[in-house]
Design a protein around this ligand. Sequence first.
Ligand SMILES: [Zn+2]
Length: 353
Amino acid sequence: MRVAGIFRALAPAVLLFALTAPARPAPGEEQESTSAEVNALFAGAVKMLKENHPFQARQLLERAAELEPNSPTVRCNLGLAYQNSGNINRAISEFQRALELAPDMPQATLNLAGCYQSLGRSREAISWFEKYLQLSPQSAEAGQVRDIIAQLRAAAEQPGSDPGAPDYLQAVTAGGTYRWPQHKLPLKVYIAPGRGAQGFRASFRQALVEAFEAWAAASGDRLSCVLVTDPLSADVACDWTNDAQEVSKAGTQGERGIAWVVADEADEIKRATIKILTIPTFAGGVLSDDDMKKACLHEVGHVLGLQGHSTNNHDVMFFTIDAATVWPVLSRRDRATIARLYAAYPVLTRQAR
Ligand SMILES: [Zn+2]
């Protein structure tokens, strides 16, 4: 037996919590009130970003940017608001503007790298991630960033990494084609109760159940799963944690889950484990049901045999599950990939759950 892979969902997105420089020094009364207004708008926007309301944050920051057009901090958070609401091109131009005003700003550098990663423009992403490491080699995100660079490099070298191809099976089977053997089907899935994991909601369990169902349906019902109540008899054991350390080497909270797969010499999967983080990325933030669905779909994809990542930023198996361009449903390419992986298997009748 050997461990076939450990995978992480990577989500670089850095929010600035305070204006780095006070709004322009104010000689007159009027300018002082402008500065106070910028500060209030900025603080309101930070709250909205933490609570996952990027559209509202955008409105506040647009107003702040009108009053204070040359604040790199305002530009950087405005970029993040665009990034989190899915407008990556506009986010890039805001981060670039921030970097014109403050060329060595690590946060704008890291977020710009994340945008290029979201667009599947790996070469530019790698170069901005590397610049970030030069600027902030000791930061909490540095370990995660080195991981991302390594993954992007490995993915770019893999055949089948064209984000426009009909599926990405070739890319995720480059290191071996791992499958559950037919005799293991339906897969016995155990989902631990979330008691004890801070932040857990009943909807999380539902999201995980639906993730297994969605992939099984996408396989053309060649895969199927059944829930079991005994973890020892399970093929896939799923658990919850509110400890970011448990799903991440560096302990950063940008990662929402982790999947372990154990396979034999013939690349048949023997058993697998999933652990999902139950707390939001930012302290005081909100973990939405959609974010949880994306995390569940992504980690379940790994344990069903997709041993790598897609380079297309609309796929659930994209590197960065938090990208606003990823929707909480399987993409056409996700579905085509799992269907191809299990194409030789017979169609099963659906199990009662
Ligand atoms: Zn992953």
